[in-house]
Write a protein that binds this ligand. Structure first.
Ligand code: SF4
Ligand code: SF4
Ligand code: SF4
Length: 247
C-alpha cells in the first residue's frame, strides 16, 4: 500500500505548493509510490487518513495553532515546506513593529475584524520531523527529500555555508565588490543563485546549524560593515530569530 500524503497551507503565498505541482510534472513517477489524499491547490479530495503532512506557511493567529496541532496528531511525519513554515519567513517582518500598528496599516478601519498575533514558524508550535528550505523550495530538493523519507533516511539537506556553492560557481565574492551577503552563515543548496546574479544572499534557506558568528562579524568589520548591516540583510527571511546571530 502506498503511503498517504497531504498538503496544508497557513499564511504564505502558496509558491512552495506551486513548486510541488511543478516538480510532479517532471517526476510523475512519484505518484506511483505516494498517494496524495489532500492538496487544496491541486485536487478536490479532502482525505484525512494521511501519514505524511507537508505544511506550508507560517503561524500567524491563535486559530492556526489548533488546526496545526490536529494535523500533527494525525501525521506520523510532518514536513515544514519552505521558508514561511521553516523560519517564519517574510511574514515575520511584522514582528518588528507593534502588532496593532501593523493590523491597522493592512486592514484600516476593519482592523478589529481580523485576528492576528506574532508570526512564528511551524516548529514553534508542533514537532517538525523534516524541513525543505527556501523561498520557494527547490523542485529537485523536494523530490530528494520525499525519496529519502520513503526509504526511512535522513533528508539530504545541506548543513554547510552558501559560500561553498558560490565558490563552486567561481563567483567573485560580493564582499570584494563592495557589497555584502549572508553566504557565510546561510545553508547551502540553492546553487548560490543570488550571488551568482550579483545580489547578496538574504538567507531564505535559514542559518546553518552552527553559524560562526565571530567570523561573520570579523568579515563585516574588515569591509567596514556593522552587525546592523547584517541585521538588515537578515530581515527579509530571518526576522523571527535574527536576534540569535545579531546582538
Ligand atoms: S516560502 Fe516563499 S514561496 Fe514559499 S510560501 Fe513562503 S513566501 Fe511563498
Ligand atoms: S558572494 Fe556571498 S556566498 Fe559568495 S563567497 Fe561571497 S559571501 Fe560567500
Ligand atoms: S542565495 Fe540566499 S537568498 Fe538567494 S536563494 Fe539562495 S539562500 Fe535564498
Amino acid at each position: 500500500m502506498k503511503p498517504k500524503a497531504a498538503f496544508f497551507d497557513f499564511t504564505c503565498c502558496e509558491g512552495c505548493q506551486l513548486t510541488v505541482v511543478d516538480s510532479l510534472q517532471t517526476h510523475l513517477d512519484l505518484l506511483d509510490v505516494v498517494e496524495i489524499v489532500q492538496f487544496r491547490e491541486a485536487i478536490s479530495e479532502r482525505g484525512e487518513d494521511y501519514a505524511v503532512a507537508f505544511v506550508e506557511g507560517s503561524i500567524t493567529r491563535e486559530s492556526d495553532e489548533a488546526r496545526l496541532k490536529k494535523i500533527r496528531e494525525q501525521a506520523a511525519v510532518l514536513v515544514a515546506l519552505g521558508a514561511c513554515a521553516h523560519l517564519g519567513g517574510v511574514n515575520a517582518i511584522k514582528n518588528l513593529a507593534p502588532l496593532d500598528d501593523v493590523r491597522r496599516y493592512v486592514y484600516g478601519d476593519q482592523a478589529e475584524w481580523y485576528a492576528t498575533y506574532a508570526t512564528r514558524p511551524v516548529s514553534a508550535v508542533v514537532k517538525v520531523d523534516a524541513f525543505i528550505p527556501g523561498c520557494p523550495i527547490d523542485r529537485e530538493e523536494f523530490i530528494a527529500v520525499v525519496k529519502a523519507l520513503l526509504r526511512g533516511k535522513k533528508p539530504p539537506i545541506p548543513d554547510y555555508p552558501m559560500c561553498m556553492d558560490c565558490k563552486m560557481k567561481e563567483n567573485v565574492c560580493l564582499f570584494d565588490k563592495g557589497s555584502y551577503c549572508l553566504g557565510p552563515i546561510t545553508r547551502a543548496g540553492c546553487g548560490a543563485i543570488c550571488p551568482s546574479f550579483g545580489v547578496g544572499c538574504e538567507g531564505c534557506r535559514g542559518l546553518i546549524s552552527n553559524p560562526n558568528r565571530e567570523s561573520m562579524l570579523n568579515v563585516l568589520a574588515e569591509h567596514g560593515l556593522t552587525p546592523q548591516d547584517m541585521a538588515m540583510q537578515m530581515t527579509m527571511f530571518g526576522a523571527y530569530d535574527a536576534s540569535q546571530i545579531v546582538k
